[in-house]
Design a protein around this ligand. Sequence first.
Ligand code: GRF
Length: 206
Amino acid sequence: MLLKPYKLAVLVSGNGSNLQAIINSIERKELDAHLSIVISNTKNAPAMVRAEKHGIETIFIDPANYSNRKSYDQALIDKLKVASIDLICLAGYMRILGEEFILNFSRKIINIHPSLLPAFPGLNAQKQAIEYGVKFSGCTVHFVDAGVDSGPIILQTAVPVYDNDCEESLSKRILRQEHYLYPKAIAMIIENKFNLNGRTVTSNKA
Ligand code: GRF
């Protein structure tokens, strides 16, 4: 009997280097998944070009065509349901998802954030880290809940912050780690190698 492929959707707004890392992992067969759709809320996002180059379906949902968040999110929900998506990966998606969206896909939405959460949630996490003067920062993959970058943490990687770092140099160092961390976290979920107890995720390699 053939097993149903595990279907991913990636939501993007910008460059899409994390999307690229996911595509590469699938093509190298490190991730046993089918990337069904890439959805963007911004027109001409470089991420969409990356997806198209790999023959992946892309959908631009224009916020200008919707009068409020609820109707926009409903359009998004409809596309994801039609495609029978198993896991939604936010990768530089710069739009807040409403509570109804989150409820529709409980524990099926994950995000990557460029800090060691719970430090520095929200925008400009790398700038926040530099300004605070931390000596280590990093990246976090977490489940998405109704708060801002507040869902259960799946995996994290730390990187040092050097005295001469600026926002750009730290962002680059973190991004390089993101490209390993995100596919690794997705694999953990696909292969069901984790337990979720309250808000604590533990790996279950058995
Ligand atoms: C990454 O730093 C990610 O952590 C954050 O947005 C950035 C997206 O970069 N959520 P890219 O579009 O994947 O290159």
